[in-house]
Ligand binder design. Structure first.
Ligand code: ARG
Length: 400
């Protein structure tokens, strides 16, 4: 009899480590651990081996950093995606990619199951599950962590009882999820939305009060809506995002503290460190301001908003998301240019922008000499523009 196989989304933490023996015992499947690297993961080899110690038949690291930016984060950037106006969606964007890598691995290894360690209260279970089912409906998705109800000490005992001794990192009071596009911190003390987040919740941003007294300026270059350079130097995606993250973080920029509406119906208090992604959204908008026509610029946010919500709601892989993305790509052809970002004590502000595709025409905009704007046309334009309300006002007054 052949044993069924299950690909587990493995993080190297206690929960997903305990899932390895759990899946073996509860379902009788062999476990193949998959560590999908979407950035900011350290000591991958140690983590990979940890899954083997926990009893996995194989443990694989998948480097998905570039793909994550190119195919997920940057398309979201082109949509200026900020959930509820604040959160750049780093977790939400990574889950469809993680699901994709797991489905690929499952097919390669002939596994009929994939499993994740998401809890029942979060959005991530939805995103992994729905993405995987869209990519391959024949694969069954398991979320065993939703059913076991074990506390941290119980999980440790569970492993010890099976002779599994894992060198786990020191206990962290928070639930953390991080990648190249940001870092999310939840739970623990943060559950009181009135209480300011303690210093220990942050890892990549300094307290704005401790930021240097001298600010710094960075020039971000875009080509067709994709960031391609810093200070005039072409830079690969991963390095560019990491650099902006470091600069912003060192100036205390990029902390987002919010109460957010989860898909599963609850509100939750979330703290994010998103210096790189937030600065990029800000900069990208500046280039759109210069290069999109008014009509396009006024309409696009409707599409942006819808795509943002779909990303949050786990529907990245869906016909609607694909269609909206096609629209957005169409809008980005001329979104090329440079933005000056000025960082100072917790703030990042755009202070200049330029573009070879700019629709800003000095001779039309100027109040000085050299003006080419047709002043005579303005009079007739205003006359006709106001005609509908004038007719309405005359009618009300019995003048028509
Ligand atoms: N609230 C954010 C979201 O739903 C972040 C989730 C972070 N995930 C985690 N497992 N801690 O997208």
């Amino acid at each position: 009899m052949t044993v069924e196989k299950c690909v587990l989304a493995y993080s190297g933490g206690l929960d997903t480590s305990a899932l390895v023996p759990y899946i073996k015992e509860k379902y009788g499947y062999e476990v193949i651990a998959a560590l999908v690297d979407v950035g900011r993961m350290q000591d991958l080899e140690t983590l990979r081996k940890r899954a083997l110690i926990a009893g996995a038949v194989d443990s694989v690291v998948v480097d998905a950093k570039e793909e994550f930016l190119r195919d997920f984060a940057f398309p979201a950037l082109q949509a200026n995606a900020l959930y509820e106006g604040k959160y750049p969606l780093h977790s939400a964007l990574s889950r469809p990619l993680i699901a994709k890598k797991m489905v690929d691995l499952a097919r390669e290894r002939g596994a009929a199951f994939i499993a994740h360690g998401c809890t029942a209260k979060g959005n991530d279970q939805v995103r992994i599950d729905v993405s995987a089912r869209c990519l391959d409906p024949s694969i069954t998705v398991l979320g065993p962590a939703r059913e076991w109800n074990m506390t941290r000490p119980q999980l440790m005992d569970y492993l010890t009882a099976r002779g599994i001794d894992l060198p786990l990192a020191k206990e962290n009071p928070y639930s953390i999820d991080e990648n190249l596009w940001g870092r999310a911190v939840e739970c623990g003390e943060l559950e009181d939305p009135w209480k300011a987040a303690p210093a220990g919740a942050f890892a990549f941003t300094v307290d704005p009060r401790d930021a240097p007294d001298d600010g710094v300026e960075v020039v971000v270059g875009f080509e067709s809506g994709i960031p391609v350079s810093l200070d005039g130097e072409e830079m690969a995606a991963v390095e560019l995002v990491e650099t902006l993250d470091t600069i912003g973080g060192s100036h205390g920029f990029g902390r987002v503290d919010m109460v957010e509406n989860r898909l599963v119906g609850i509100k939750s208090r979330e703290v994010y460190e998103v210096a790189g992604s937030l600065a990029l959204v800000m900069a990208h908008r500046e280039i759109e301001d210069l290069t999109l026509t008014r009509e396009l610029q006024h309409f696009k946010p409707i599409v942006d908003q819808r795509l943002t919500d779909l990303i949050y709601e786990g529907l990245w892989f869906s016909p609607l998301a694909a269609a909206l993305r096609a629209f957005i790509v169409e809008t980005q052809e001329y979104v090329t240019g440079e933005v000056r970002l000025s960082y100072f004590k917790g703030h990042c502000r755009p202070v200049g922008r330029r573009s070879p595709e700019s629709l800003y025409v000095s001779s039309l905009a100027t109040y000085d000499s050299g003006d080419t704007f047709s002043h005579e046309s303005a009079k007739g334009f205003v006359q006709l523009w106001g005609l509908p309300v004038e007719v309405w006002a005359r009618k009300r007054r019995g003048l028509l």
